[in-house]
Design a binder for this molecule. Structure first.
Ligand SMILES: [Zn+2]
Length: 701
């Protein structure tokens, strides 16, 4: 029985609210777990990827500082010996170099190496993951091959080439311009080689980003493209409404000077700046779309991955030209290189990649990250990514091999599992992009509260609001979602009227999606009196303390308002571009009030409750066809807290069913052990006696 049939066979809002919300967001291409994947369907069986080197020898030499045996290292990294070793350790996909950006002529000898390596990989029954550089054009060789390429690179406002920054400047790496169709056509030649000659199974686009202001491209293709975009996006009447005038023939990308630095701009309210952010994001999405369309035509089995980054507090549309909502529907996998191992710091900050994994699950993507840095990272990955992703570079660590073996042994618990997440947190594009210092911080802090209270939740994005209903989401959280369009305000109101629970904070609904101040807050009728915080430009000077938490019932629904999310302790200094880095990742002082509001808004019990210390994180999954729910427990600080004991758990099973068995699985033991439980209503109530870094509890009915 698939998800849709299951939903159709049970009746009543309570029953529906207990199931996963996986089917809720079918409108998003690629995010509906019931729909067959259009691209790279094999990824649904999980991903165990390792290398190999992704650097061609040519690059190692041009970069400089290499070892005198660099050539031997390059050959060894892609040798049959290494590939066989990885296969023996459970690796299923071998990662290696293909194209770095020097131009195909210069790189051809090493691209031919990849063809030979792919033959070995396939002969051994594995798949191959090939590196393709998105964001580099090594002009010294590229221009020699293709004279027209001198028109293809990004230029700053002074006409200077924009370069890819790595450590200190690698000034031989120009950035290609993604508004330039001729460059995109060139990149397609690389992809044809990858699919047709290498017979790749997986394309990794590295450095999927553009640069932060002031280093955005001012080339003629970008200026003309921007103006054309504005003309096609808006009617003349709408341009007048947007800019005050209709003729955009002389509109330019933003300019900056010594006194007006982009990294100091807190709120983006200038409509041309907002549209420029949108244009850069759309240009990247369109370029990816062209590549994805081509790859699909050549081979719909090839997995597409971008090294895009995670949900780690930076304002990605503003500083990188990347909007996940436009990119991840076209990918099956993305990289997050933020390299932060999970841990609980002495000052109470909990560092975690859970947000990134949740975003990936919303768009049905798998995350690749450096999980081999710690056992806690491996555990967190299996729990929230539901597969291994990137195991590292040969030789693999003993812990990594152990986790791969555990995953392969118990793969049936992961493949096809879906989140049971009755709480949805909206990451509003306009709110966070135009005011990351405020709305971005609120989102991080609310998510931190949910993570540390082990409330099962998912991240949603603007396009998901229209599909929201009490049947797929019990509680919608709007963490200072300042900018909501009229349509979004109407969708939220309708959701509550139908019986949904809403928790909104701070300035939610104060602005429209262009960040124009509403005369009355958009959700005033649901939330009552809202008090502006200091970022409300037109209402500065009022005290947050004047605000009161409110709870109101509206027909069958409920709405709670919390006037502030209080940072616990002195707020860290502002970072460039107001990035909400790990300095801010601390459970807020009033976290209990936030969680109480969520619990109240849910209207009935949440499907799982798990006791335990702050270092315990949890994820709730289910496999309806296999009649079981799966609780993943992670000790995020296993290096300092070796074990957690007596974790009390209550877990509901499907409506109308009775729990039949509870079993515990862990990487250090073979098979599963039964756990005593008793039944209370439709819930299994039990205690996990002890766990180290990771445990999986399977509750069957
Ligand atoms: Zn350009």
């Amino acid at each position: 029985m698939n998800r849709r049939e299951f939903v159709g066979t049970i009746a009543g809002g309570v029953a529906l609210s207990c199931i996963g919300a996986g089917s809720a967001f079918g409108a998003v291409r690629g995010s509906d777990p019931n729909s067959a994947r259009q691209q790279g369907a094999w990824i649904d069986d999980g991903l165990i990827d390792a290398g190999g080197t992704h650097e061609p020898y040519l690059f190692v030499v041009r970069r400089g500082g290499q070892s005198l045996n660099a050539r031997q290292e390059y050959e060894q990294a892609q040798s049959e010996e290494v590939i066989r070793t990885l296969k023996g350790q459970g690796i299923e996909v071998f990662h290696t170099h293909l194209y770095k950006g020097f131009g195909m002529a210069a790189e051809m000898p090493e691209m031919e190496d990849t063809v030979r390596v792919a033959e070995i990989v396939h002969r051994l029954g594995m798949k191959i993951d090939t590196y393709v550089q998105w964001d580099s054009m090594m002009y010294e060789t590229f221009f020699a091959e293709e004279g027209r390429a001198q028109e293809w690179y990004q230029r700053d406002a002074y006409g200077q080439p924009i370069m890819l920054e790595y450590g200190y400047q690698q000034s031989f790496r120009y950035l290609p311009c993604f508004s330039n169709q001729e460059y995109l056509e060139y990149l397609k030649k690389v992809l044809r080689f990858a699919v047709n000659k290498v017979k790749t199974d997986f394309i990794h686009f590295d450095n999927f980003t553009v640069s932060a202001e002031p280093y955005s491209c001012h080339c003629s293709a970008c200026k003309m493209g921007f103006r054309k975009y504005l003309r096609s996006k808006y009617s003349s009447a709408m341009r007048r409404s947007r800019f005050g005038f209709e003729n955009v023939d002389y509109v330019n990308p933003p300019l900056w000077n010594a006194d007006n630095r982009p990294e100091k701009m807190k709120v983006i309210s200038d409509p041309v700046f907002q549209e420029w952010v949108d244009y850069r994001c759309q240009t990247m999405a369109d370029a990816l779309g062209q590549m994805a369309d081509l790859i699909h035509t050549l081979n719909p089995e090839v997995v597409i991955e971008i090294n895009y980054g995670g949900v780690v507090g930076y304002n990605s549309p503003w500083i990188r030209g990347t909007d996940p909502a436009r990119l991840l529907p076209r990918t099956q996998v993305f990289w997050d290189e933020s390299d932060k191992k999970p841990e609980l710091l002495p000052d109470g900050r909990l560092i975690t990649s859970i947000r990134t994994y949740k975003m990936a699950r919303t768009y049905r993507n798998v995350v690749l990250s450096y999980i081999s840095v710690s056992e806690a990272a491996m555990a967190e990955c299996l729990a929230f990514n539901q597969t291994i992703g990137f195991a590292g570079v040969s030789p693999l660590s003993a812990d990594m091999v152990k986790y791969i073996a555990f995953y392969r042994r118990n793969r049936e618990f992961y493949v096809g599992a879906e989140e049971v997440a009755p709480v949805a947190v909206l990451r509003s594009y306009a709110s966070i992009t135009y005011s990351n210092a405020s709305a971005g911080l609120s989102a991080i802090l609310f998510e931190q509260s949910l993570i540390q209270a082990r409330v099962p939740f998912r991240l949603i994005f603007d396009e998901h609001l229209a599909d929201l209903s009490p049947s797929n989401c019990k509680v919608l959280v709007l963490p200072n979602a300042e900018c909501l369009s009229d349509e979004q305000v109407a969708a939220v109101r309708q959701y509550v009227e139908k019986g949904g629970g809403l928790v909104a904070t701070e300035q939610t609904g104060f602005y429209d999606s262009w960040r124009r101040s509403r005369v009355e807050p958009g959700l005033k009728d649901l939330l009552g009196h809202q008090v502006p915080t200091s970022t409300g430009r037109h209402r500065e000077g009022q005290s947050i303390a004047a605000g009161k938490t409110s709870r109101m019932e509206h027909g069958r629904g409920r709405a709670a308002y919390i006037p502030s999310i209080e940072f616990d302790g002195a707020q860290p200094a502002d970072q460039p571009y107001f990035t909400i880095g790990t300095e801010f990742w601390k459970r807020p002082r009033n976290w209990e009030a936030l969680i109480d509001a969520v619990t109240w808004a849910a209207g009935s019990e949440l499907p799982v409750s798990i006791s335990g210390p702050e270092v315990l994180a949890a994820n709730l999954m289910e496999q309806v066809e296999k009649r079981r729910r799966i609780i993943h427990l992670v000790n995020v600080d296993v290096e300092r807290t070796a074990s957690i004991k007596n974790i009390e758990i209550r877990c509901a099973v499907a409506e109308g069913r009775t729990p039949a068995a509870v079993r515990l699985y862990a990487p250090d033991s073979e098979g599963g052990q039964p756990i005593d439980f008793h039944v209370k209503g439709a819930q299994a109530v039990f205690s996990v006696p002890t766990m180290a870094a990771y445990a999986v509890v399977v509750v069957s009915w």
